[in-house]
Structure formats: structure tokens, C-alpha cells
Design a protein around this ligand. Structure first.
Ligand code: PGA
Length: 254
């Protein structure tokens, strides 16, 4: 059995202000003096990365980003490059979050290009996959996940998943308060591992697969206890220090 260190990653989305993130970061840092088994990652809005890099320089919490451009540099107004994220000590970057897929035109192909661009500069992509409610109801969950994963495998190759993280986030559970049951999460996580194992067993065993979608202190333990769940991607609950800390401490090494 491969040991996989869990990850608990905060996705702050477009929330917070300098005034609100300072006490939030202080709360999280002091709460993590009691160490979590998990690697803790915080993905703030870009403009707060400098503040994060500064405040986290002496902590083990790792900065990450919510998105990046698939291009290197140039006349692309409003975009942020992979190298810029490295300048602010980012180690991880979320790619293919369902909000970007649904609202900002991040197609499977673009997500795959962003995944590769991140790895070009040794950023670890957290690749989000997940089905919409209608897709689950019509029995298409596995087909959707397979399509989203295959787009990246085809472009980047299976070996690229040695340095990547996957987050399964059923779209119907994001920000809705409705969480997948631990069994529903486990079923899809096992399917993701199986899909990867068809290409490479070792990669499938090693990769960390996070669950995301209304994870909170009250349900984290039962979700994280599932064998193929290696931590979580946390939205709303990551904006409250106590709530987020409980989730971090709920993640146990396998
Ligand atoms: P949520 O968001 O925890 O607020 O549901 C998770 C995510 O979108 O990553």
C-alpha cells in the first residue's frame, strides 16, 4: 500500500480583503502549531499572494493559486503567468475548477494546456474534475470524469500525473451545502484511480485525490476516512479559521 500524505487546500475564490485575511491567516497559522498530518495549502485571490508569501514564510503552510494562463508572457491583458506565481512562492495551482469551466470558457483542452504550463515551471497542478447534477442523474458521471481526465492524459501523458493532484468536485455539491455521501465520493475516487491504473499502476497508487464540495468540520472525518480520499479542496469553510483548522486536523495519514 502506497502511503499518501493528505492535502487540505483552501480555495478562497473571490473572497476577503486585506483587513479580513490578516486575522484569518493568523488564526490558521497559530492553530497549526498543533501539526496536522496533512499538507495545508491556501489559494487566495492573486492580489493577496504577496501578503500570504510574507505571512507564511516561517510556517509550513504552502501558498497556491486558483488559476493561471496557459501562455508564457505577452500582450494578454488581465492574465497571470506561471512564472509570476513562482515569484510568490506558489507550489500548487488549481486548474479546471468547475466555476472556470462553466463561467470563463475553460474547455477540456484549455485546462490540459494550463496543466502542462504549470508543470513547465514545476508548479503542481490540482486538476479539478466533476459532473453536473443533470449528468449524475442521467448516469453520465463516469463518462464526464473520463472525458475530463483523458483530455489531460492525451496532451500531457500519464507520467505527468506523478507530479499532480486531482480534486473530484461534484458540481452539485459546490457551495450548495449538499455534500456527496462518503460512499458516493469513494466510488468516483476509486474510478479515477482505476482510469489512471489502466495507463500506469504506480501513478494511480501514488496520486492524491482530494474531495471538494461543501466539506466542513462536521463531515470532514467521514469523508477523509474513505480509502481513496486523500484530503479535500475547501471553499466556504476555509474562510473561517476554526472551521478550516478542524478540517485540517481531520485529515490523517494513511
Ligand atoms: P465549497 O467549494 O467548499 O464552498 O463547496 C469547494 C470548491 O469549489 O473548491
Amino acid at each position: 500500500m502506497t502511503q499518501r500524505r493528505p492535502i487540505v487546500a483552501a480555495n478562497w475564490k473571490m473572497n476577503g480583503s486585506l483587513t479580513s485575511i490578516r486575522p484569518l491567516l493568523e488564526g490558521i497559522c497559530s492553530g497549526l502549531e498543533v501539526k496536522s498530518d496533512a499538507e495545508v495549502v491556501i489559494c487566495p485571490p492573486y492580489v493577496y499572494l504577496a501578503e500570504l508569501a510574507d505571512k507564511l514564510s516561517k510556517s509550513e503552510i504552502v501558498p497556491g493559486a486558483q488559476n493561471l494562463s496557459h501562455l508564457e508572457s505577452g500582450a494578454f491583458t488581465g492574465e497571470i503567468s506561471a512564472d509570476m506565481l513562482k515569484d510568490f512562492s506558489c507550489k500548487y495551482v488549481i486548474v479546471g475548477h468547475s466555476e472556470r469551466r462553466a463561467l470563463y470558457g475553460d474547455t477540456d483542452g484549455l485546462v490540459a494546456a494550463k496543466f502542462m504550463r504549470a508543470q513547465d515551471v514545476a508548479l503542481v497542478p490540482i486538476l479539478c474534475v466533476g459532473e453536473q447534477l443533470a449528468e449524475r442523474e442521467s448516469g453520465d458521471t463516469e463518462a464526464v470524469i473520463e472525458r475530463q481526465l483523458n483530455a489531460v492524459i492525451e496532451l500531457a501523458g500519464i507520467e505527468a500525473f506523478n507530479d499532480a493532484v486531482i480534486a473530484y468536485e461534484p458540481v452539485w455539491a459546490i457551495g450548495t451545502g449538499e455534500t456527496a455521501t462518503p460512499e458516493q465520493a469513494q466510488e468516483v475516487h476509486a474510478f479515477v484511480r482505476l482510469l489512471l491504473a489502466r495507463h500506469d499502476d504506480a501513478v494511480a497508487n501514488k496520486i492524491r485525490i482530494l474531495y471538494g464540495g461543501s466539506v466542513k468540520a462536521a463531515n470532514a472525518v467521514e469523508i477523509f476516512n474513505m480509502v481513496d480520499v486523500d484530503g479535500g479542496l475547501i471553499g466556504g469553510a476555509s474562510l473561517d479559521a476554526d472551521e478550516f483548522l478542524s478540517i485540517c486536523h481531520a485529515a490523517r495519514g494513511s
